[in-house]
Design a binder for this molecule. Structure first.
Ligand code: F6R
Length: 258
């Protein structure tokens, strides 16, 4: 796993945006996997800026989001549909028909989940999957004890996740209990993974992800099994890494590496 330690959340976002831009410049019709939440907000802001100021082109890009709350309509301000349109899609030139987000209001979740998996395959698979991490070590909504081979399905959110996400809702009781989420197995099939984390409340989960055993109790630790996974963290999220000096040494020596 490649670990990049940045000074702060803004540097984390700018570094991630450069990775995404490089993928799009090399492959203009790339398939991106996208996350929601507070972590990727700065990345999306920078991508919007790059689109507006530098002409970063999304006209051939396809996107698949990781997850959605069950029961929230697209228009609900806390739905991930709403989040994505407000923070990214409405500011860039991506065709609407190229945007895929799990449905939180389908009347047949099983059929929808199968269709979503199939659609990813039909689009050629995900080139670059952006990930955040929960304070309990989840990726997407794959809570502790999720199978590392899991596919898109409904998950019951952990109490910790509901508490963490209550800040976005008027009252904790309003946080949905179920989510539709890509599985860990689905995520591991992306050709490249890019996990972002900032803040001290992510430090323990990041240490477990990078330096702990591969375990379904920290689903992000499955990134250790992927051959092209990069983690970009700020200093706070990196603060519990035992090998921090080594990761920084690698970064410093990178320009001269053979
Ligand atoms: C959201 C998602 C979640 C978040 C995670 C961290 O699409 O997949 O795994 O990435 O809960 O959320 P924030 O960034 O709000 O701390």
């Amino acid at each position: 796993m490649e670990v990049i330690v940045t000074q702060n959340a803004q540097d984390m976002s700018l570094t991630a945006a450069r990775v995404v831009a490089k993928v799009l410049n090399t492959k203009p019709n790339a398939v991106l996997g996208l996350a929601t939440g507070s972590t990727p907000l700065g990345l999306y802001q920078e991508l919007v800026r790059m689109h507006q100021d530098e002409g970063l082109d999304f006209s051939q890009v396809t996107t698949f989001n990781l997850d959605e709350y069950v029961g929230l309509t697209r228009k609900h301000p806390q739905s991930y549909h709403y989040f994505m349109y407000e923070n990214l899609f409405k500011h860039i030139n991506i065709p609407k028909q190229n945007i895929f987000i799990p449905s939180g209001t389908t009347d047949n979740y099983e059929a929808f989940c199968q269709w979503y998996e199939q659609r990813i395959v039909e689009c050629g698979g995900i080139d670059l999957q952006i990930l955040g991490i929960g304070s309990d070590g989840h990726i997407a909504f794959n809570e502790p004890s999720s199978s590392l081979g899991s596919r898109t399905r409904i998950k019951t959110l952990a109490k910790q996740t509901i508490d963490d996400n209550a800040r976005f809702f008027d009252a904790p009781e309003q946080v949905p209990i179920y989510a539709i989420t890509m599985g860990v197995g689905t995520i591991l099939e992306a050709r490249r993974l890019l996990l972002l984390a900032n803040g001290v409340n992510k430090a323990a989960a990041i240490a477990a992800t990078i330096e702990g055993p591969v375990t379904s109790m920290i689903t992000a630790s499955a990134l250790q099994l992927h051959r092209n996974a990069m983690v970009i963290v700020d200093r706070d999220a990196a603060s519990q890494l035992k090998m921090l000096d080594y990761y920084e040494w690698i970064q410093a020596k990178m320009p001269d590496a053979p």
